[in-house]
Design a protein around this ligand. Sequence first.
Ligand code: ATP
Length: 317
Amino acid sequence: MSDTILEISNLKKIYGRTEVLHGVSFSLKRGGIYGLVGPNGAGKTTIMKIIGGLVYATGGEVNCYNTDGEVVDIQKARRKMSFMIETPYLKKHATARENLEKQRLQKELPDKAVIDDVLNLVGLSDVDQRKPVRQYSLGMQQRLGIANALMCDPELLILDEPVNGLDPVGIHEVRELLLKMNREKGVTILISSHILSELAQLCTDYIFIGSGNILKMITAEELEINGRGCFEIGTNHNEKAYEWLKSRYGERVSLHENIIRIYDQIDDIAALSEELFGIGAVPVHLVQTESDLEKYYLEQVLGGDDSKELPAPNEEA
Ligand code: ATP
């Protein structure tokens, strides 16, 4: 089975006289969740639109591969891709079912059961089915947009800023849904955002883009090491506390220069403190260090504007 599902090489795009993609290359491996992260205007939507055939590239290639590693005709490959680019197009006065039925007919899907399947999948089957979409929360609307994109059982899902404007609950809902799609159906996902932390705990790989250039590609593990915050603990018996914490948090605990660091979410700090006290390791220092994810991201992506103004046709280069 071939690993790569999609590869873009040296992609260039000129809008008018401005080059906005300067030779972008990256590949997606089957089963991965890729975060395409960059500030406004970096070129994320343009890349997604080129993959979807909504705009033409000025140069470069998009290649898709089947599981045997053979190149698949892009038009054919797009039938196994679904896109949600910019705001999902939903008829707000219609119900979720009416919206999905319209999509089913457009995609010429014969089986009506697909509507129940996707509503189930995105956790909207219990919503009052008479409710028009305008009465849905933004998070529910995004989930419905994703349901729309899932109708044709895609291998590759391409989502442009699906958590933009959502509150933390909405972000959590979308994140859980995408993880479910990825784990249960093996869907490969390319998802964009201009806020790195929105994609944390979701992606397997991150592609940083700024001003039409790929700046860095890192795995989730590398990102975690580079950017995460942690919970620091010091006790009067650090060795004892460390062994005990290790039995609970495993590899997410380290002991370095008399400070124990837990790289995990701790919901009840008071309870943890009491438990440490109970084993005879009295906490004397308990500090949640700030996550440096955004700082790390800003360092990576906020370079100068690299857009190249091209000369007018009869100007000297
Ligand atoms: P955002 O996060 O704001 O959506 P983005 O990273 O998706 O940004 P793009 O929308 O791809 O960025 O835009 C990249 C650059 O191309 C920007 O400078 C934008 O102004 C320009 N651009 C996008 N679409 C067009 C168009 N149709 N005509 C001219 N310029 C365009």
